[in-house]
Write a protein of this length. Structure first.
Length: 279
């Protein structure tokens, strides 16, 4: 075989080997890319599905013993007992003697019936949106050995009218005018149309009596009610601001973050709304 032919064959073999090597590299590259794509799809599937399952697992595994949550300064959602609640949800409707409810206020539309085991009075209606917060609070109190129960939540206009008229008769003395008797009664029982009990956002717990201040229920509420969005609406030495006497038994829902802020500021709802510039 001639030298030229041998060289041609050698060059051809080198070329074929090079082509084969390139093909091998291309095949390896394609295989690697396919693996990366498949891995990326799997990773995406996991990342999209895992948070949902994690949340579901967290909520389903929560028990009433896990109520003591470490709150952030302004948390969005908190788990309280068996309930996941919106800490930013608030009801700041101001109702007092100078801020009556509008004539067209829907007294009945947003109410829910409280189960018998949660109340010890004849009244059993409350705003449906705040009931989960109150229910979580009552169940935690029970867990702590405190017999907290709803006594007087929502009152109809007719019920409030009857209570107010009875209080006027009780406060009247021979030297009083009708207005004086009504004004004095209004510091104890709100006039019809000016009572928080009309809103379904407030309740008396266990009893409407000064003795409540000496009960374990009062002590527990002082420590924990803000964690569930409630405030003692008529604190001691605040009647000049609220227009109502000290009522250790009357609590109002304002929302978790707001209640905690009000507790830290040590202000009434009237003062809080004024400081925040909320009408």
């Amino acid at each position: 075989m001639s030298t030229k032919r041998q060289q041609a064959i050698k060059r051809r073999n080198i070329f074929l080997a090079a082509v084969a090597a390139v093909l091998v590299l291309i095949i390896i590259g394609i295989t690697f890319m396919v693996k990366l794509i498949v891995k990326g799809v799997k990773t995406k599937d996991v990342s999209e599905s895992k948070p949902e399952s994690k949340i579901t697992d967290t909520v389903s595994e929560v028990t009433s013993s896990e109520v003591d949550v470490a709150f952030d300064d302004t948390p969005d959602m908190v788990i309280l007992g068996n309930y996941t609640l919106d800490a930013n949800f608030k009801k700041l409707l101001l109702v007092n003697d100078s801020h009556p409810l509008p004539d067209d206020y829907d007294y009945e539309g947003d109410l829910v019936t409280i189960e018998d085991k949660y109340h010890n009075g004849s009244l059993n209606k409350l705003n449906k949106d705040i009931w989960p917060y109150m229910k979580a609070m009552i169940e935690k109190a029970w867990e702590d050995g405190v017999n907290l129960k709803v006594w007087s939540p929502y009152r109809s206009y007719a019920t409030q009218k009857m209570l107010f008229e009875n209080m006027v008769k009780k406060q009247r003395t021979p030297d009083m005018t009708d207005k004086q008797a009504e004004d004095k009664a209004a510091t104890i029982v709100a006039r019809p149309g000016t009572s928080e009990h009309h809103t379904g956002l407030a309740t008396d717990f266990n009893m409407a009596d000064d003795k409540f201040e000496q009960t374990p229920m009062f002590e527990w509420l002082q420590k924990h009610c803000a964690e569930y969005g409630f405030i003692m609406r008529y604190p001691k030495n605040s009647s000049d601001k609220t227009g109502v006497i000290y009522e250790s038994w009357h609590y109002r829902f304002v929302g978790i973050n707001v209640a905690k802020e009000m507790k830290e500021m040590n202000v009434t709802l009237e003062e809080y709304l004024e400081l925040k510039g909320i009408e």
